[in-house]
Design a protein around this ligand. Sequence first.
Ligand code: GLU
Length: 455
Amino acid sequence: MTTELNYTAAQQYIDEVFTQLKEKNAHQPEFLQAAEEILLSLTPVFEQHPEYITHNVLSRIVEPDRIISFRVTWQDDNNNVHVNRGYRVQFNNVIGPYKGGLRFHPSVNESIMKFLAFEQIFKNALTGLPIGGGKGGSDFNPKGKSDAEIMRFCQAFMTELYRHIGPDVDVPAGDIGVGGREIGYLWGQYKRIRGAYEAGVLTGKTPGYGGSLARKEATGYGLVYFVAEMLREKSESFLDKTVVVSGSGNVAIYAIEKAQHYGAKVVAASDSSGYIYDPEGIDLHALKDIKEVKGERISTYLNYRPNATFTPGCDAIWSIPCDIALPCATQNEINGDAARTLIDNGVKFVAEGANMPSDLEAINLFLDNDVYFGPAKAANAGGVATSALEMSQNSGRTSWSFAEVDGKLQEIMHSIYTESKEAAEKYGFAGNLVIGSNIAGFVKVANGLVSEGVY
Ligand code: GLU
């Protein structure tokens, strides 16, 4: 009877908060999607922690501390003046300074920034390191821009952003469209304006100039370390498994590298123009040359490997039969239809390298069809975890070897997996890493909010 009453109170509380959230954010579908996924996981937590209801932690967690939006004016190589919109969402700093990447992509809007920053809170909590949740970026499209234009844009962006960030305040990094080159330009401008070498203000810097070894590889490697844990659970390994990876940025490239190292055959990769299928296994040297050295479209892979095929458009990549699917491109790239095709073709493991690449229908299909599913906030947390290791090195004015950072990354991914798995078991959802990771991350933030008191 008591459980029944608690359940009702917990369920009612969550429903009320979500209803209000939908009313207030009716035009932010990505944010509502991310929030719904987490809120749906939390009923058993509120049943066991009525103090979270008393402290109204849910309403406090779903409202960002602040959203900064600003004008970025820059000049192209022909002296034309352009205006873009910049953002920084400082969502929650209960566990540490706001932390999260910057995304430069024409799709960027407030909804996408908020979904990413919201996810980041729980992902960062899962790492066990002292970092809060934030995200930023701009609707600037880096495609086709010259190096000088990218530099001028980054400088203009930082000329406004610098006043809102700092090593103990908010620490941006990269995301889609922001890699080592952009972080370098942003860092240079911050240093110039501040007149101080505050290395810990940004992560993803170049090693030798405040950056951490293994940061570039960390999201992709961490994803594969996480999947290795999932495989081990089922007495399996990467050896001879067929893997489909979407994307061809940092996350995808280093996931492919580590999966191949463990003996998997990775047969596909993609960019926004389409995907390549190489049944003999992706030639990573060729892919790196195309993407990291030349910055070309992925179709040029056929010049290196004439037996491979290129298909324009990205949807059909999920029709390639595989044992393991690693979506590493962008949000909502796997919908219900794609999930059904993967399941019909025998996929057994899906783990998310991108943020929210599977929509809610796809996730439920995986969970209901015995596909072991590794959600983004756990599986791709290796990148931001290594960013926190970069912050530690910056604070200590030291730098660690590649092996040392990689070793810590492996330990972190192991403990994220274990915590997520155990939280799922504890709350009665054994084997469901979506619920497990949501609960494990949420509880850390909720406890912090309760201990801080109301403000
Ligand atoms: N953009 C990455 C993420 O989604 C990394 C963020 C960071 O290193 O701060 O987690």
